[in-house]
Design a protein around this ligand. Structure first.
Ligand code: AMP
Length: 400
């Protein structure tokens, strides 16, 4: 029986937000608060400290920007809220959200991050802009230049606290928080809660309410996702490595180009892994034969371009491997939909070269979850680069 369980969910109207904000939310086209918003906003509006366990894509940004705007709409025009983010991208995203929701509220925001000139930031900071969204490094520079006055600050948000700590920002956070009045509302958001983040919470928050949401997953939930950081020229080797080291029943590999598909087919065949390629240049009989061989298990690996896979109906694929990161996030969801069907579990691996990092982030935003990274020693460009750098410094101990 179908039931309309959306009637059980809270509405934005029930959260206690000002009409100006509700209008902006309506303009944004949101129908209902996401779970983190429904849980966090009422707590934040009460002025309580808050720990939000949520990742990107859950709507976490609105769950702190809306309460900030709600509070700052009334009262003096001074810098009263600070949001700290690990990266410039996130800083800009938070700024954008503040602008979107403050459409009908007379509040201003300035993003402060490195790599751009100081002057415009300086001017806004000195004028006492209502909301500052900043990465820790540049904010410290501006503090050192005495451009920032936080003596009226009432609200502090540490966004993606786990990432800030991973990036080594703990000392900067400490220096910044020292400039902020003790009597304030502090909200900490983090995708994970390792002991270091817990310690941060104990240090900077007072009797916080913890709000936690599960992952919002649009891709088939039985699918295990993973991203393998790997240099472009090492992708084929990594594929061979994965396919030979553990058992894979039926693997669908996606490449961006026909040429790429042919190359992967050749290399796998050369390594004794029976493979067929499917793309627009293959004749119809060749395609039918490839599909038939794949179905019967004569070949375990099918390499295809996106074009070729449309309309393919193959059940029981155990692994999808994105040899190249799909250009459009929808293609990712679509490809992944090929595995994990009929409640059988499936794995979806994506090979990510340095120039594809941005595309993976976009996909993560769209599917509403961060995809775990798997670092394979000898392939991961991060560790390869670190090892090379260590070797260049003559640091034999780490250059393993
Ligand atoms: P975030 O997790 O804050 O990065 O938000 C992820 C995306 O969800 C953003 O593009 C928001 O604009 C959007 N979003 C936030 N709240 C809602 C909502 N209640 N309904 C629909 N979309 C939302």
């Amino acid at each position: 029986m179908m039931t309309d369980d959306t009637t059980q969910l809270p509405t934005f109207d029930s959260l206690g937000l000002a009409p100006e904000l509700l209008d902006a939310i309506r303009d944004a086209g949101y129908e209902r608060p996401t779970p983190i918003q429904a849980d966090a906003i009422p707590v934040a509006l009460k002025g309580r400290d808050l720990i939000g366990l949520a990742q990107t894509g859950t709507g976490k940004t609105a769950s702190f920007t809306l309460p900030i705007l709600n509070r700052l709409m009334h009262g003096p025009r001074r810098t009263r809220a600070l949001v700290l983010t690990p990266t410039r991208e996130l800083c800009l995203q938070v700024e954008e959200s503040v602008r979107k929701y403050s459409k009908y509220a007379p509040l201003d925001v300035i993003p402060v991050f490195g790599g751009v000139s100081y002057e415009p930031q300086e001017k806004a900071l000195r004028s006492g802009v209502d909301i500052v969204v900043a990465t820790p490094g540049r904010l410290i520079d501006q503090l050192d230049r005495r451009n920032v006055d936080f003596s009226y600050l009432e609200m502090l948000v540490l966004d993606e606290a786990d990432r800030m700590l991973d990036m080594g920002f703990a000392p900067q956070l400490q220096r910044i928080v020292e400039q902020i009045p003790r009597y304030r509302q502090t909200m900490l958001f983090s995708a994970t809660m390792p002991p270091e983040v817990e310690a941060l919470g104990r240090k900077y928050l007072r009797r916080p309410v913890v709000v936690q949401v599960g992952r919002r997953s649009q891709a088939a939930s039985t699918v295990t996702h993973a991203v393998y950081p790997v240099r472009k020229e090492r992708k084929t080797d990594l594929l061979v490595d994965l396919l030979t080291k553990s058992h894979h029943d039926s693997v669908l590999v996606f490449t961006r180009t026909k040429h790429g598909a042919d190359k992967v087919e050749r290399e796998l065949t050369r390594h004794g892994i029976p493979t067929a390629a499917m793309h627009a240049d293959k004749s119809q009989p060749a395609r039918i034969r490839a599909l038939e061989d794949f179905r019967t298990g004569a070949i375990r690996v099918l390499v295809a371009t996106d074009i070729a896979q449309r309309g393919l109906d193959i059940d029981g694929i155990s692994h999808v491997i994105n040899f190249d990161v799909p250009q459009a996030p929808e293609d990712y969801v679509h490809r992944i939909g090929r595995t994990g069907r009929a409640a059988s579990t499936g794995d979806a691996y994506t090979f990510m070269s340095p120039d594809e990092i941005g595309m993976v982030r976009t996909i993560e935003r769209v599917i509403g979850q961060e995809i775990p990274r798997i670092s394979v020693p000898g392939f991961d460009f991060g560790t390869v680069a670190a090892t090379a750098a260590a070797a260049a410094h003559g640091d034999a101990a780490t250059a393993v």
